[in-house]
Design a protein around this ligand. Structure first.
Ligand code: NAD
Length: 420
């Protein structure tokens, strides 16, 4: 006899209670994901059968009336093809193929590399439909086309998704200046910032300033390899004024296992995604020193407090509520438990700070890039420049440990520098 379904836990029920369909349905574990799916109103999470119908309908697009010109379809290019870039292309491609308002094909710009076999990475991606270096074992979708020519990849696209390690973005923008129309829309999935003479510059601002285009952001508790195998997760789109555009991005990314929520707070969303990598480095030190879960939770709490204070001191428009979205506390938790910054910082502490982050990154990540160490340096520069070091003992200590001025154990001594 089949056993009765177990009830879901109280905290999850509590969060689900805010969803529109919640009150009408009995909630069992197996129905949780379908509940989320049904709660998506933008038609971006249809059942497979419905999706097939839509593709079929697309083929007949416009046949009902010869006088009506079909509206212009959106064409998407993903700029970047690392671990998250490849997963983003997969998510997007699964939607463009079935949504009538998008061209099926998704271009993906690849920073060309030669694989140990002698084959070019781009050729390998296009032949195997798989990014064999950065996302092995996952099919991207036949409508993803890898292109090593940056300008060619973006030509004709009206929706650009930027997803490269942040240190490469300034160079990429320089190569694209004058090549993109002002009506193109962008979204940045990049975590990090540039520090310039005049102050910190978020990557979305860099894109807007250099290319003259509007730029939203998408951040969240999104460890790429988990989304690649379609495990349920959430993300946040930050937008400025154009809510309609934010909804278009939500539609492009949302699937039954990837739930995207728009919030009107670009800087808040982007700073959450950027700063949590610094806290993850601190969490890695704690793990490397075997300090236990209570210490790690304390570091995460202090880190979240500094994330919020730093964001609000830089941009008064940043909203408190943003820190409770997926881009805030959820991303902080997942990064401090499972991300690559935590992992490499753990190894750094285990080695007593004697092996550099550069060395460990090259050995442990096989071409993937760490963001937390460079972000800690950038944050430190802002703090020093503005005379704020005393207010951010955790952020300051992380950088000082990374450069060897302090030992890893100093991560729990920073509290002596009482924040004001
Ligand atoms: N991986 C994740 O789980 C994850 C999740 C959310 C957000 N992000 C963010 O996404 C962004 C991209 O990360 P990723 O995981 O896709 O990349 P990655 O670290 O897996 O790969 C590095 C990428 O950089 C490219 N590259 C190397 N040298 C380059 C150069 N000189 N110019 C341009 N590109 C160069 C490589 O070809 C590769 O595509 C980062 O900001 C990261 O913080 C990553």
């Amino acid at each position: 006899m089949a056993s009765p379904p177990r009830r879901v836990s109280a905290p999850l029920l509590y969060s689900l209670a805010s969803l529109p369909l919640f009150h009408a349905l009995p909630i069992y574990p197996s129905s949780i994901l379908s509940l989320f799916t049904r709660s998506l109103s933008s038609s971006s999470s249809m059942a497979p059968q419905e999706a097939e119908t839509t593709v079929a309908q697309k083929k007949n697009y416009g046949s009902s009336s010869i006088d009506e010109a079909p509206p212009r379809k959106n064409r998407v290019t993903v700029v970047g093809s690392g671990n998250w870039g490849s997963v983003a292309a997969k998510l997007i491609a699964s939607n463009t193929i079935r949504l009538p308002s998008f061209h099926d094909e998704v271009r993906m710009w690849v920073f060309e590399e030669t694989l140990p076999s002698g084959e070019k990475l781009t050729d390998a991606i296009n032949t195997k439909n798989e990014n064999v270096k950065y996302l092995p074992g996952i099919k991207l979708g036949r409508n993803v086309v890898a292109d090593p020519d940056l300008v060619n990849a973006v030509t004709g696209a009206n929706m650009l998704v930027f997803v490269t390690p942040h240190q490469f973005m300034e160079g990429i923008c320089k190569r694209l200046v004058g090549k993109i129309n002002g009506d193109v829309e962008a979204i940045s999935l990049i975590k990090g910032m540039e520090v310039k003479m005049e102050g910190p510059c978020m990557i979305s601002t860099l894109i807007t300033e250099q290319l003259g285009i509007n730029c939203c952001v998408l951040m969240g508790a999104n460890i790429a390899n988990e989304i690649a195998v379609e495990k349920f997760s959430e993300a946040t789109v930050g937008y400025r004024e154009n809510k309609e555009m934010a909804e278009k991005w939500v539609q492009l990314f949302s699937t039954s296992y990837f739930i995207v929520t728009p919030v009107q707070d670009v800087e808040g969303v982007e700073l959450c995604g950027t700063l949590k990598n610094v806290v993850a480095i601190a969490a890695g030190f704690v793990d490397g020193l075997d300090m236990g879960n209570n210490t790690k939770a304390a570091i995460m709490r202090i880190g979240l407090r500094e994330m919020k204070a730093f964001s609000k001191m830089l941009f008064s428009s940043v909203k408190d509520s943003t820190f409770f979205e997926s881009c805030g506390v959820a991303d902080l938790i997942t990064t401090c438990l499972g991300g690559r910054n935590r992992k490499v910082a753990e190894a750094f502490a285990k080695n007593g700070g004697k092996r550099s982050f550069d060395e460990l990154e090259a050995e442990m990540l096989q071409g993937q890039k760490l963001q937390g160490v460079s972000t800690a340096k950038e944050v430190y520069e802002v703090l020093s420049h503005r005379g704020w070091l005393q207010f951010f003992p955790l952020f300051a200590t992380v950088h000082e440990i990374c450069i060897g001025t302090l030992p890893p154990s100093a991560i729990v001594e920073h509290s002596e520098r009482t924040p004001k």
